[in-house]
Design a protein around this ligand. Structure first.
Ligand code: OXD
Ligand code: MN
Length: 602
């Protein structure tokens, strides 16, 4: 293998190891001996190197450069048609004891999985370059940062990791001689669907992904590290890794209060994280600041509050439905230095398009598969899970606190999902323990972010069903234990923006108007608002949610807040069945909360 060929001095630095760390080097040697790349290139994070790689990827068609005038620094990428979403059925947690992975994860014994993967990786990088990406989740050098190295044979992965994380030599400098880094190996191999595996070895700090090129399966810093491995680390080290956005709301007094909110994939986290206050709020001086749109790492601070950092450095957002009205901040974030995946290529001006961007699809265009596309024939041009990978720094409402290594103090935790019926617009739990119950029974209709059926209601506890790196019962216990450690506990709420009428139309306007609900949530968190008791928790009283400037009939608000006891009794039966899966790992406190709910509904 050619790692030290000396053609000129630049080539030499690109190929020379950028560290002397023995743990790093010996692991890379082992992975290279297995995958057998022709070349190896260390990513130092310099613009010069990245530009060269982009040019190479454009040469092979892996990336396509978009209009420099309209979308400077932006590229288009298409995945294989069978490789467009996370593959939950092929995602494994490989810990020594099956009972530590639990009933909601696929499991295989580490030795068995390593042996299986070894065959799939054998020679998989022949004829290719192995890129070595040193990256940090969190601000390099901060006490909460965690480091990883991803080895990959995909320039697309390199370019995405550069946007989504902090990449380069400074990470290796911060790591020094330590062996404390997450080892990540990714190979596209043959993109063989039948042999696609996304595997986590939490006890070895290792991730192995093979036969995919889709972001959620291959950008190993994101779901694999920052959620699955980090949730495991968090449990052992006394903190939490959660599938949550972090939003700051500035009130007219200039105080900023923060919430962290967990919604399942493609249920509006990015939209809420970047919301634009309704006009009447903006006029009064309210502002909303985005700290993160997908992942929060939460720790108890010395002051007893819960503090959150966003370990990512960019947004990997769902493109369809993103537009000037739904999320102007996300759209603005994608106007430069962004990679678009599986969207429509507008050949008229070499830009991109997706369903819901506007009402005028381009006439001269290629669909997400690269085929000529005629919108008038009624087929979709962009894949429903098409994505943008955009640097956080380009987001107009990015909070200054995004750059604060200490993070932000969280006053309220919000759970939510897509439920046409049952869940009201908002309710508050009665206590931390009841809040953990509410999170543990979250349910939502499935979306295109994962392969499989869309629109089926499934339980997705804390929006972590596909992302918890250990037994879900132990994870709930960890939530309960954390509650004991947090002096000033955030209040816990549940929201549902997706309630529909009998015709199936949404009855709450959503988007920026969600601030009206957040305002009530924050007022409750600071004991500034009243509430009404109900069998499921506290509800806003009529008039508590500010509807000024909104054309919403009082009966609609009543309907939005209605708790139908019959539906909830059915919910209790369903939760009982769901909880049954967890056997004696179900924390007693949660079983008691379920009984309380059941009694309250009688
Ligand atoms: C994501 C997901 O991409 O949750 O954030 O699938
Ligand atoms: Mn997500």
């Amino acid at each position: 293998m050619d790692i030290l060929r000396i053609d000129d001095s630049r080539e030499e630095t690109e190929k020379m190891p950028l560290t002397k760390n023995k743990a790093v080097l010996s692991w890379i040697d082992e992975m290279a001996a297995m995958t057998r790349p022709d070349r190896m290139e260390w990513i130092d994070g310099s613009e010069e190197q990245l530009e060269k790689l982009r040019a190479a990827a454009c040469g092979t068609g892996e990336l396509y450069r978009l209009s420099e005038e309209k979308l400077p620094g932006c590229y288009l990428h298409r995945t294989a048609v069978n490789d467009v979403a996370r593959v939950e059925h092929r995602t494994f947690i490989c810990c020594r004891r099956q009972e530590d992975a639990g009933p909601t994860n696929n499991w295989m014994a580490p030795q068995e999985m390593y042996a299986k993967l070894k065959k799939l990786y054998a020679g998989s990088m022949e004829g290719r370059t192995m890129y070595v990406i040193p990256y940090s989740m969190g601000i390099v050098g901060s006490p909460f940062a965690k480091y990883g190295i991803e080895l990959t044979d995909s320039i697309y992965v390199v370019m995405n990791m550069v946007i989504m994380t902090r990449v380069g030599t400074e990470v290796l400098d911060a790591l020094g001689d330590s062996g404390d880094f997450v080892r990540g190996l990714h190979s596209k191999a043959q993109l063989d669907e039948e042999n696609r595996y996304i595997c986590h070895f939490p006890e070895d700090n290792t991730i192995m992904s093979v036969n995919s090129g889709y972001g959620g399966n291959v950008l190993l810093g994101k779901k694999c590290f920052a959620l699955r491995i980090a949730s495991f680390l968090g449990r052992n080290e006394g903190w939490m890794a959660e599938h949550m956005l972090i939003l700051g709301v500035e009130n007219p007094k200039g105080e900023v209060r923060y919430i962290a909110a967990a919604f399942p994939s493609a249920c509006g986290k990015t939209n809420l994280a970047m919301l634009i206050p309704p006009e009447i709020y903006a006029k009064k001086g309210y502002k909303a600041w985005c700290v993160g749109d997908d992942i929060a790492w939460l720790r108890v601070g010395p002051d007893g509050r819960l503090w959150a950092v966003n370990p990512e450095n960019g947004f990997f957002g769902v493109a369809p439905g993103t537009n000037e009205k739904s999320n102007p901040n996300a759209l603005a974030s994608t106007r430069r230095n962004t990679i678009f995946t599986n969207v429509v290529h507008n050949l008229e001006d070499n830009t991109v398009w997706w369903e819901g961007l506007n009402k005028t699809p381009p006439e001269h265009a290629l669909d997400w598969k690269g085929q000529p596309w005629d919108a008038s024939l009624g087929t979709k041009g962009a894949h429903p899970n098409s994505r943008f990978t955009a640097p956080a720094s380009g987001c107009p409402c990015l909070s200054h606190e995004f750059y604060n290594p200490q993070g932000v103090p969280i006053s309220a935790i919000v759970f939510g999902g897509r439920r046409a019926k049952t869940a009201p617009l908002v309710y508050q739990s009665r206590s931390w323990r009841h809040g953990v119950f509410v999170g543990s029974v979250m349910a939502s209709e499935t979306t295109a972010a994962a392969s499989g059926a869309v629109g089926v209601v499934r339980r997705d506890p804390m929006a972590m069903l596909p992302f918890c790196g250990y037994h879900m019962g132990d994870y709930w216990q960890h939530w309960l234990d954390m509650g004991e450690k947090i002096g000033q506990k955030p209040k816990i709420f549940n929201v549902n923006w997706f309630r529909t009428d009998d015709k199936g139309d949404f009855i709450w306007p959503g988007f920026g108007d969600n601030l009206r609900v957040i305002e009530w949530i924050l007022a409750r968190a600071f004991d500034e608002a009243d509430a009404a008791g109900s069998p499921i928790g506290f509800l806003p009283k009529p008039g508590d949610i500010n509807l000024e400037g909104l054309d919403l009939a009082p009966e609609t608000m009543e309907e939005l807040l209605r708790v139908d006891p019959a539906l909830w009794r059915a919910e209790v039966d369903n939760i009982r069945e769901f909880y049954g899966k967890f056997g004696d790992k179900l924390p007693r406190e949660l079983a008691e909360e379920l009984e309380t709910l059941s009694k309250n509904l009688q």
